[in-house]
Each structure stands twice: as structure tokens, then as C-alpha cells.
Design a protein around this ligand. Structure first.
Ligand code: ADP
Ligand code: GLC
Length: 457
């Protein structure tokens, strides 16, 4: 079975969040089951071309635009990059570019050409890939995977002609969304199957507010909707072999982990003595609930706890944390930006990792945290609820309010004051199996069901 994944990002070439991690790891696990799997993604300006092999070129039309695309492949042909000069080769993947509909419409048009050429199943990821379903025009079985409904690829209706959107798709039962055009809706309406990245999120999107105003359509499609929990790449994320860590460790060598905590505190400019260290690795957006952390931080001095934050995004929120770091220099340290090495040192050194999301389709940070021995403290929503067992592998709370987070932090402090129990919880988290093998099999079963072949054994 030949499967093509179409995605806006794939690690290690491009990554703004978990989508990149997923597409960097799931295909290998699918290949291990005997599937032929390739990934198609844009050739952004920041992707190194050195070592890529030039492939076919395509001349094609989209609305009144005559465009040309060239394909570039990794030597193993696992990843194919689409180069459309002037459109895709920008310094950031998505940004606020006014021509994003054309950029990703053109990418999807090329994806449809590649898919028609020699693939049996096409798996689209999020809004960036969703328009591929339009151009495939039901010529191939399509799975639309929802990683995050909050980003829908909305644009003005004037794009309908420029993107060759058929008239039957321009109504409310097609791509129309409150007077706008939703690229994501193309995939949600046309795909043969829809998946989400956790079973709980598949339920949450059937009602509001989880459905982001698409709960009606998604309920209508509930029969074709399935939640498949993400995994993580246990090889690429292994505290025993992670070169970003000062000291390598596993569940039987937690002393080395303590040394990492000291190194983390030194790197963050915080004192080595005191209570628990809470880590945050996150995009700074409303979704992630970091404002709740900012709300409770001023009272944290009561507990002698320290906070190490790595956050990228909302400037107002980051300015707020900067103010807190200024006010509590011994307690709070914030680094702004995207820093993979520092993220790994937080997972491998903090006592707890905070994920207070308002909603979370799956979430990988709590899984990385558990794998690296940082006990997750999560709001029980979406994939966070599916992966963290309160009191066993982590701590969870329900209300997205500072009081509930405050209470969870108090529980964490109490746990930290009982080192034996804390070690049991830490080890239980580290012992969880988040490998992609199981999820890869579930995707394979879904594909087999669609094309009527026997699933892999
Ligand atoms: P989302 O995709 O919604 O951002 P996930 O938890 O699925 O959330 O994935 C986030 C991914 O991005 C993880 O690999 C995490 O380590 C990484 N990440 C998030 N913020 C940062 C940051 N500021 N610097 C480095 N890595 C980050
Ligand atoms: C999205 C979601 C996150 C999920 C990731 C990978 O970015 O916000 O919860 O883990 O996609 O599926």
C-alpha cells in the first residue's frame, strides 16, 4: 500500500509545534509495518537544499496563475519537498502573509498531482493540506487528520476563483464559514475518513466550544471520525542518549537527573537551593493557558518553588513573564523563542512540567516530560486527559482557572515533600510506552478499511 502524507511541516526540516514531530516520526513506524510511505511538504526558504535530489517539474494553473513547481527529494526518497519559487520559499512557514491561500492552494494542487501519479491513500494534515481533497476530486481515498481545529485557513471569498473552488463547494455545506472561505472545511467535507490526534479530542469537537464552530459538520461526519493517539519518537527522545543533556540518565539513575536540574538552574540563572522546579515549554497562545501560570506565579514565593519557562509567541504574555522574572529574580526565569536544546534540558531537569492548556488536541510536551522524568501537571482536556493519570503518572486539574492550577501546584509541592512517593510517580511516567507502533497500526487499519485490503498483521 502506497501512502502519501501531505503536511505543512516535518521535523527536522521544519517545525512550529507538534505537527512537525508527528510527521517526523509516524511515517517510519508505518514503514516498519510494511507500508510504502512518503511525506510531501513545502520547500521553505530556510530548508537546507544541500543533499536534496532534484526531481520532476510541473507546470500547472491555479485560477489565472500559471505556476511552476519543482520537486526535491531526500536521498532515501522519504520526504519530497515542493519548491514553488516566490510562493513557498519564505523565512517562516505560515506567518501572516496575505497570499497564504495561494501559497497553500498551489502546494495542495501539486500534492494532488503527485498523489494521483502513484499513491493509493492520501493522508492530509491540518488546514495547510486540506485543499488537496478539492483537486483530487475523489480520485483517491483521503484521510483528513485534525491536529488543531483552532487554525482553519480562513480567507476572503474573493479567493474562491483564484483557487479554482468548484461552485458546489462554495456554500455552507461546503467551504463557507461565516462569510469566509475555510480551507480546512474542504478536507472535513470531502475526506473519506477524519482522524483526530487523541480519542478525547474526537469527542470534544462534536460540541462547542471544542468544535470551534464546526461541531455541526463534525457531528454530521461522526461516523467517519476516529481518534488515534499520537506517539513520540522514543529513539530521538531518549534521556540516555540525548546529547543536549549535560548528564544522561534513565529511571534507574535518577541521581544524574538531579545533576541536570542543577545545570538547568545555572543555565536559567536561578539559585541551586529551594523547592521544586516547574518547567514550561510552549507556544505562548491562549490555547496553552500560560496566562494562568502568570496569574498564580506571584504567590509561588510561599513555596520556594522556581519556574523555568521557554515560550514562543504572544508578546504581551511574554512581557508579563519578563515582569515577573524581574520581580522574582530568584524564582522565575523566562527565555523567549524556539530552542530545541533548552526544551530538552527543561524536560530532563525540571521536577514538573506544566501544561495548563484550555484545550489540547493531543499534546506532546507531557509525553516528552514523562519520558524525561518531569512529572506532568496538566489540565484534563483532550490528549492530556488521555495520557496523564492523576496521582499515578502525573497531576491533573479540571477548571481552566488560576485557583484550580494553584491547587494543583500545592499538590505538587506536597508530592515533592514526599520524595519516595514522588519517585514512584516519576518512574511510572518514565515507564509509559508512547511509541508510535500502536498508533501506526491503527492508521494502517484505517487505510486498509478504506481501500478494502487486509490490514497488516
Ligand atoms: P503544539 O503543537 O500545540 O505546539 P505539542 O505539545 O503537540 O503542542 O508540541 C509542541 C512541540 O513543540 C514539542 O516538540 C515541544 O517540545 C516543542 N516546543 C514548543 N515550544 C517550544 C519552544 N519555545 N522551543 C522549543 N521547542 C518548543
Ligand atoms: C497540534 C496540537 C497538539 C498536537 C499536535 C500534534 O499542534 O495543538 O495538541 O499534539 O498538533 O498532533
Amino acid at each position: 500500500m502506497r501512502v502519501l502524507h501531505v503536511t505543512g511541516e516535518v521535523a527536522p526540516y521544519s517545525k512550529t509545534g507538534g505537527l512537525g514531530d508527528v510527521l517526523g516520526a509516524l511515517p517510519a513506524a508505518q514503514r516498519a509495518l510494511g507500508l510504502h510511505v512518503e511525506v510531501l511538504t513545502p520547500l521553505y526558504g530556510f530548508v537546507r537544499r544541500q543533499g536534496l535530489i532534484a526531481g520532476e517539474t510541473y507546470d500547472f494553473h491555479l485560477g489565472s496563475h500559471a505556476l511552476q513547481a519543482r520537486l526535491w527529494r531526500t536521498p532515501d526518497a522519504h520526504v519530497t519537498f515542493v519548491d514553488i519559487p516566490g510562493l513557498l520559499d519564505r523565512s517562516v512557514p505560515y506567518g501572516e502573509f496575505a497570499d497564504n491561500p495561494l501559497r497553500f492552494g498551489a502546494f495542495c494542487k501539486v500534492a494532488s498531482i503527485v498523489a494521483r501519479r502513484d499513491f493509493d491513500v492520501v493522508n492530509l494534515h491540518d488546514w495547510q493540506a486540506a485543499a488537496t481533497a478539492i483537486y483530487l476530486d475523489r480520485s483517491r481515498p483521503v484521510v483528513q487528520t485534525i491536529h488543531n481545529l483552532a487554525y482553519q485557513g480562513l480567507c476572503g471569498f474573493h479567493w474562491a476563483d483564484a483557487l479554482d473552488i468548484p461552485h458546489v463547494l462554495r456554500g455552507y455545506d461546503g467551504m463557507e464559514f461565516h462569510g469566509h472561505l475555510s480551507l480546512f472545511k474542504a478536507g472535513l467535507v470531502l475526506a473519506d475518513r477524519i482522524t483526530t490526534v487523541s480519542p478525547r479530542y474526537a469527542q470534544e469537537i462534536l460540541t462547542e466550544p471544542g468544535g470551534q464552530q464546526l461541531s455541526g459538520l463534525l457531528s454530521h461526519r461522526a461516523h467517519d471520525l476516529r481518534g488515534i493517539l499520537n506517539g513520540i519518537d522514543a529513539g530521538a527522545w531518549d534521556p540516555m542518549h540525548d546529547t543536549h543533556l549535560r548528564h544522561r540518565f534513565d529511571a534507574d539513575h535518577l541521581d544524574a537527573r538531579l545533576a541536570n536540574r542543577d545545570a538547568l538552574l545555572a543555565e536559567a540563572g536561578l539559585p541551586p537551593t529551594g523547592g521544586p522546579v516547574f518547567g514550561v515549554v510552549s507556544r505562548a497562545t491562549w490555547q496553552k493557558g500560560l496566562d494562568l501560570v502568570a496569574d498564580v506565579l506571584p504567590s509561588s514565593h510561599l513555596w520556594h518553588s522556581r519556574f523555568v519557562l521557554l515560550a514562543d509567541g504572544d508578546h504581551d504574555l511574554i512581557a508579563r513573564f519578563r515582569g515577573l522574572a524581574h520581580g522574582f529574580p530568584d524564582r522565575v526565569s523566562i527565555r523567549m523563542g524556539f530552542d530545541e536544546g533548552f526544551a530538552r534540558r527543561i524536560y530532563g531537569g525540571a521536577d514538573f512540567i506544566l501544561v495548563p492548556s484550555r484545550f489540547e488536541p493531543c499534546g506532546l510536551t507531557q509525553m516528552f516530560g514523562m519520558r524525561y522524568g518531569a512529572i506532568p501537571i496538566v489540565r484534563a482536556t483532550g490528549g492530556l486527559a488521555d495520557t496523564v493519570r492523576d496521582g499515578e503518572t502525573g497531576l491533573s486539574f479540571f477548571d481552566p482557572h488560576p485557583g484550580a492550577l494553584h491547587h494543583a501546584l500545592e499538590r505538587a509541592v506536597a508530592l515533592h515533600d514526599a520524595p519516595e512517593t514522588e519517585r514512584v510517580v516519576r518512574r511510572a511516567g518514565m515507564a509509559q510506552d508512547w511509541s508510535w507502533a500502536g498508533p501506526a497500526r491503527e492508521y494502517a487499519r484505517l487505510y486498509a478499511e478504506m481501500i478494502g485490503t487486509a490490514p497488516p498483521v
